[in-house]
Design a protein around this ligand. Structure first.
Ligand SMILES: [Zn+2]
Length: 366
């Protein structure tokens, strides 16, 4: 499965899909679902939904991961052809200069560019350690005039992403663009394949969601339509096994999938997820019985769209599961393929245990 996962992740990572512009990713995943014999539908926001029917009267599950990625969007084309861009999503400004980007004009017509980094020979002492605000940055496509840029198909509003990249590192690890969250999209496709080979499982709705990096709420329309009893969200879990992250927790790359016991974001968002105790117990038991590793994460400062999905209807029993990942939101995020494989196994093992007797009653839990 590792080989198939690697190929799948690579393929998905190399497709540009800025938030709000997920069309190419959606078409690719729809095709892969079709190959698995699964028909998929799309809602008006662009969420891609495929339902695997299962045991009647068992709680219904929405398993989801987001298709979109963060990036930039063209704000102004200067007369000399240099391009100013607005940030879309949590783009780290300190990781932007000297990056290769792709201006997404249309399949086969995309335009490469570079984000300028002031010539080192002209960099003053106090500029050396300063993060350049994105407003001061510009993208150079090589075209020397606004007319030439426009003729190449670039206009105000054109999506820009990090140049798609896939790097195979040692030890079964990979790096590249949009591992957040295409790796989880690949995991979901593998879960779909595995569920198909199991006799009894609950009805599972696979949702490949939109707009997560933009406003965290794209998945909400899918949840409103599906009215699931349970929501399982798959995304990165911050790895803390590098020196700069050591005090934040105990999540190791290659140490297996992880579940979040607490997430919170203050600054204007004021949301987070404290998972339903039934979900924590379910995946704890599933991991133990199947001999799978399961790491635990508590983190303030990052959210997923589950924060909003949990509030739909009379409430959805929710949990964030994920794969450890380093260097989030940079153009070279990194994860371990064995964690993705184990996450597939954990999801399947957990989901198959949900039957008609599975209780979501809070009073059945401490
Ligand atoms: Zn994500």
């Amino acid at each position: 499965m590792i080989d198939r996962l690697r190929d799948l992740v690579r393929e998905l990572m190399l497709i540009p899909g800025l938030s709000g512009h997920e069309g190419r990713v959606r078409r690719s995943i729809r095709q892969k679902l079709a190959e698995l014999g699964l028909a998929a539908r799309t809602d008006r926001l662009g969420n891609l939904i495929a339902t695997i029917p299962g045991t009647e009267d068992a709680p219904e599950i929405m398993l989801f991961a987001h298709m979109d990625q963060l990036g930039l969007i063209v704000r102004k084309i200067e007369a000399n052809g240099l391009i100013r861009a607005e940030r879309l999503g949590g783009v780290p400004e300190k990781a932007l200069p000297a990056q290769e980007v792709l201006l997404c004009v249309g399949e086969g017509r995309d335009v490469p560019g570079v984000i300028a980094n002031k010539s080192h020979h002209a960099t003053s002492q106090d500029e050396k350690y300063r993060v350049v605000p994105y407003q001061e940055l510009f993208i150079d496509t090589g075209f020397g005039s606004a007319a030439a840029v426009t003729a190449a198909g670039i206009e105000i509003g054109t999506p820009v992403v990090y140049a798609p990249k896939f790097v195979e590192l040692g030890g079964g690890r990979i790096a590249g663009t949009a591992i957040d969250d295409r790796a989880a999209c690949a995991v979901m496709l593998e879960v779909a394949r595995a569920l198909d080979e199991i006799d009894t499982h609950p009805t599972t709705h696979l949702v490949f969601s939109v707009l997560e990096e933009f406003n965290l709420r794209g998945a909400v329309t899918a949840a409103q339509m599906l009215q699931p009893d349970i929501a399982i969200q798959l995304d990165l879990i911050l790895a803390t096994d590098t020196p700069d992250m050591a005090a934040r927790g105990d999540v190791r790359l290659g140490g297996g999938p992880a579940m979040s016991l607490y997430s919170f974001h203050g600054r204007g968002t004021l949301n987070g997820v404290i998972p339903h105790p039934a979900m924590v117990r379910l995946f704890g038991d599933a991991a133990r019985d199947a001999g799978l590793p399961l790491q635990r994460s508590v983190h303030v400062g990052a959210l997923t769209d589950l924060s909003y999905v949990q509030l739909v209807g009379e409430g959805v029993a929710s949990i964030d599961l994920g794969f450890p990942m380093r260097y989030s939101h940079s153009s070279l995020e990194s994860c371990d393929l064995s964690d993705l494989a184990a996450l597939v196994a954990l999801c399947v093992e957990g989901i198959r245990r949900i039957d008609v007797d599975f209780s979501l009653d809070r009073d059945d839990y401490p």
